[in-house]
Design a protein around this ligand. Structure first.
Ligand SMILES: Cc1cc2nc3c(=O)[nH]c(=O)nc-3n(C[C@H](O)[C@H](O)[C@H](O)COP(=O)(O)OP(=O)(O)OC[C@H]3O[C@@H](n4cnc5c(N)ncnc54)[C@H](O)[C@@H]3O)c2cc1C
Length: 429
């Protein structure tokens, strides 16, 4: 009962590498993962019985190593799938819902919940069959093949090229990739990227070229319409406007760290991987290890030795900054010119017009109480960035109000079912 137990949230690269590090020091770890299988965003596993044609050899090797390091810890690591962390209270009690509802009281917590995809609001972005490029990736990876129909990818960022290449490998190349930035104009700057990045990008481009997928750069999505069952994407570039017809559209405007469990608590809480800083897969591995080592040091009173990991993380940070410059473009004028009926908050269906009606510089209280922004199920995780950009860009990055627990909607039945607190999560149900 008094054994040290660490709760790790997320069975992606960061969560698994943290768990292996902590268990390797002799501490017992409970990993909870909301999905039915491990892998996170990049190593999403196919459904049982489905072959996985999409993953590259490098990705497969990395995932094999990480899972082996977890397995090597034997029963010091327990993993619960279909189990969602809903938050930690100030006394250090964690609420777990899903497959097994429970209130647990770990000695420390590692949050490794990954990144969220950014999607700019545009007219029509909430229509059926418009999703994120990441959602299309997940669908392709879990079903082992690309969705049927004409697929369009648009927005900005290197993930569009990765998603396009995965659709090709999954048997249905996208009709086109619409990129707002001009990455191909930065050939010299690109050469400063680490070799694995260049190799990965060259692999994606070769796959797209072989499948003759057009990649339009300097081209922005203006709006999406539904016409007689199909979707029409209106785009604009310096050479004018044009349209594309499709059945599915994958939008993507980058990824950002997604930490919405930031309540103060009496136990040590570490954040690892993309939920702390979205730096990609290699950094997530190193960051998980470093967080695990730091936590072990804190719990056992030893000195952490993670200099190697911190230089790796710094290298990835520099590479991500360079990538951001290569894909950079200014979308602020288009955002400011959005029509009034464009949805910004899809939880509460609040529009640009609703936002403008609050006045030129509404307070956070106005935005929440009168505007209902950041008051829906996602607590502003997706709309806050755009609300800030349209009302007060000087506060970009600051949340709209305090985090409330639970972090996502839960059923009262789940809360009742969680029952009392179990001191030891691996025995508490
Ligand atoms: C949509 C998307 C697609 C990406 N595609 C690529 C790509 O093609 N190539 C590439 O190099 N990088 C890609 N990345 C980036 C790469 O996936 C990450 O850098 C890396 O996976 C980060 O690892 P992580 O462990 O920090 O997070 P993740 O791999 O995202 O793992 C987080 C895990 O936490 C779980 N989780 C989240 N919240 C909870 C909760 N409340 N309770 C329980 N479990 C929870 C999630 O289900 C997930 O399994 C992508 C990122 C995103 C967001």
């Amino acid at each position: 009962m008094n054994e040290p137990v660490v709760l790790v949230v997320g069975a992606g690269l960061a969560g698994f590498s943290a768990a292996a590090e902590i268990a390797g020091a002799g501490l017992r770890v409970l990993v909870v993962e909301q999905a039915a299988a491990p892998g996170g965003a990049i190593h999403r596993q196919p459904l049982p019985g489905i072959a996985y044609p999409v993953a590259s050899a490098v990705h497969r090797r990395r995932w094999t190593q990480v899972t082996a390091s977890v397995r090597a810890q034997g029963d010091r690591i327990e993993i619960r799938y279909g189990c969602r962390f809903a938050g930690l209270d100030h006394e250090g009690t964690a609420l777990l819902t899903g497959a097994r509802n429970a209130l647990v009281r770990p000695r420390a917590l590692v949050i490794a919940t990954g990144a969220a995809e950014r999607v700019r609001p545009r007219p029509g972005w909430t229509l059926p069959n418009v999703m994120t490029a990441g959602a299309l990736q997940i669908r392709t990876k879990t079903l082992g093949k690309a969705p049927d129909g004409r697929i369009l990818l648009g927005g900005s960022g290197p993930l569009l090229l990765a998603a396009g290449a995965e659709l090709v490998k999954g048997g249905n190349p996208p009709v086109a990739i619409i990129e707002a930035g001009r990455p191909f104009r930065h050939v010299i700057g690109s050469l400063g990227l680490p070799l694995p990045y260049l190799r990965e990008a060259a692999g994606y481009m070769a796959t797209l070229l072989r499948a003759r997928v057009p990649v339009l750069t300097g081209t922005e999505i203006v709006r999406i319409e539904k016409r007689s069952g199909a979707l029409t994407l209106h785009v604009e570039s310096s050479s004018g406007g044009r349209t594309f017809d499709g059945d599915l559209i994958g939008l993507h405007d980058g990824i950002r760290a997604s930490d919405h469990y930031a309540a103060a608590s009496s136990i040590p809480v570490m954040r690892a991987g993309d939920c702390r800083e979205a730096l990609g897969a290699r950094a997530a591995l190193a960051d998980g290890r470093a967080a695990g080592a730091a936590l072990v040091a804190e719990l056992t009173g030893t000195v952490p030795a993670s200099a190697k990991d911190s230089s790796r993380i710094e290298r990835e940070r520099r590479a991500q900054r360079r990538l951001a410059r290569i894909f950079g473009h200014d979308g602020s004028a288009r955002l400011a010119a959005l029509p009034a009926d464009t949805v910004i908050c899809r939880c509460e269906n609040r529009t640009v017009g609703d936002l403008r009606a609050l006045g030129p510089v509404p307070t956070d209280r106005d935005l929440r109480l009168h505007g209902r922004f950041a008051m829906g199920a996602c607590q502003g995780r997706f709309c806050t960035e755009w609300v800030r950009a349209l009302t007060d860009p000087s506060h970009a990055g600051s949340p709209l109000g305090a985090v409330r627990l639970p972090a996502h909607p839960i059923a009262i039945a789940d809360l009742l079912d969680a029952g009392g607190i179990a001191d030891n999560p691996s025995t508490g149900e």
